[in-house]
Write a protein that binds this ligand. Structure first.
Ligand SMILES: Nc1nc2c(ncn2[C@@H]2O[C@H](COP(=O)(O)OP(=O)(O)OP(=O)(O)O)[C@@H](O)[C@H]2O)c(=O)[nH]1
Ligand SMILES: [Mg+2]
Length: 379
């Protein structure tokens, strides 16, 4: 079989690069609306912060903080912290209609220790909307602590079953799926990782990718998904680079759009939740000496990819190590290395470097947070 004539390859290549940049535009414009429902003080705001890895929603004291629906936007995710059920402002009977809950993509219903009649009414109204709806028991760390303090001899698993049985009996005859035991103070322990995993699995396509990227990763599995997505995004940027190189890099004989590479850096940092905005959140979880070491590493990595000069340095070290003609797995036209050019390959390799560095830092953080409470410095 003869090779495609050069004209065909140019056309295919251009189509490929344009389809990648279209995919990027679609991703950038996708958002998911997530309603967080529950009584005042059950931990809704804390949950939003644990899901996004950011101090996004103010955490209240004894007064009722959530008086009306409040929106918190984290990249492609729009969280609506909904007012406590049965508050004066929102009576149970018009809860679903007044809050226009039919426009949401998913719901998380949060309950702490008791289920009240109006919780049950609202939960059944949510179920009737036929959207993904997840039920969780918050502050599980506190439940374990209280049980130990009260001399209860149940293991954590037994306690989980007891709490679950209690909630199920309150909600009868409704058929409830899994009930997740969650702690926003120890997000990598208990059921928060599974909850996020199950939410992701109830979506497909670009929405799923947004959820995988914009949720904080509380398990190794979700970190791996992020890695795969981040490399795909690096390929989108590489395609854009191939379509419009701008700044010649002295000594490399290649023109790249450095501002675009900086945006790629920010995008990868955000996927791994390692951004300047999220530093405070990490520090609140990572107390003690390991925390300080990690906080310094976070600052270093952010700085390494933060300016055009720093980026040029990274590019030069990549070019030294790799042959610019070796193409990534996302370019199916091996023969078109020249047409696609060094711009694609260097951008992609730059992305790969970034991803590897952020990934290993995120793994380090997770290792510390996955330690059982007694060993962890924040335990
Ligand atoms: N131990 C423990 N405390 C928690 C947890 N989640 C929340 N809290 C605490 O519970 C209190 C209320 O938390 P919020 O997140 O403000 O609750 P909320 O549901 O948003 O409250 P309103 O905005 O008033 O409706 C705060 O003191 C939190 O620190 C948790 O997982 N474990
Ligand atoms: Mg709140």
């Amino acid at each position: 079989m003869s090779a495609n004539p050069p004209g065909d390859i140019d056309k295919l290549l251009k189509e490929f690069l344009e389809s990648m940049s279209k995919e990027k535009r679609e991703y950038d414009s996708t958002s998911i609306k997530c309603g967080i429902v529950g009584r005042s003080g059950v931990g809704k705001s804390s949950l939003i912060n644990a899901i996004t890895g950011q101090k996004l929603a103010p955490v209240g004291s004894s007064k009722e903080t959530t008086k009306e629906a409040q929106e918190f936007i984290h990249r492609g995710l729009v969280f609506v912290d909904l007012p406590g059920c049965g508050t004066k402002t929102f009576q149970t009977h018009d809860y679903v209609n007044r809050l226009k809950l039919e426009n949401y993509d998913l719901f998380i219903f949060v309950t702490e220790s008791r289920f009240f009649q109006d919780d049950e009414t609202i939960y059944s109204q949510l179920m009737a909307l036929n959207k993904p709806c997840f039920l969780l028991r918050s502050k599980f760390d506190l439940a374990l602590e209280n049980a130990a303090h009260d001399g209860c001899t149940s293991t954590p698993d037994e306690l989980k079953s007891e709490i679950e049985a209690d909630i199920r009996s309150n909600l009868e005859p409704l058929q409830v799926g899994r009930i997740y035991m969650v702690s926003s103070r120890k997000p990598a322990l208990y059921d928060l990782p599974d909850l996020l995993d199950d939410i992701v699995n109830s979506f497909s396509g670009i929405k799923r990718m947004r959820l995988e990227n914009d949720f904080a990763a509380w398990s190794r599995k979700s970190l791996e998904l992020k890695k795969n997505n981040a490399m795909r995004i690096a390929a989108w940027y590489a395609s854009l680079s191939a379509l419009n190189g701008l700044n010649p890099i002295v000594g490399l004989d290649v023109a790249l759009d450095l501002a675009m590479l900086r945006t790629l850096g920010q995008e990868v940092a955000a996927i791994y939740n390692i951004t300047p905005e999220q530093k405070d959140y990490w520090q609140s979880l990572l107390r003690g000496p390991e925390g300080t070491v990690l906080a310094n590493k976070i600052v270093q990595v952010i700085g390494k990819y933060g300016s055009s000069t720093a980026i040029e340095l990274v590019l030069k070290s990549i070019a030294k190590r790799s042959t610019v003609t070796s193409l990534s797995k996302f370019v199916p036209f091996a023969g078109s290395a020249v047409a696609c050019g060094a711009g694609y390959v260097l951008t992609y390799r730059f992305g790969e470097n970034l991803v590897n560095e952020y990934h290993s830092l995120a793994e380090e953080i997770l290792t510390i947070l996955k330690l059982p409470p007694a060993q962890a410095s924040n335990g």
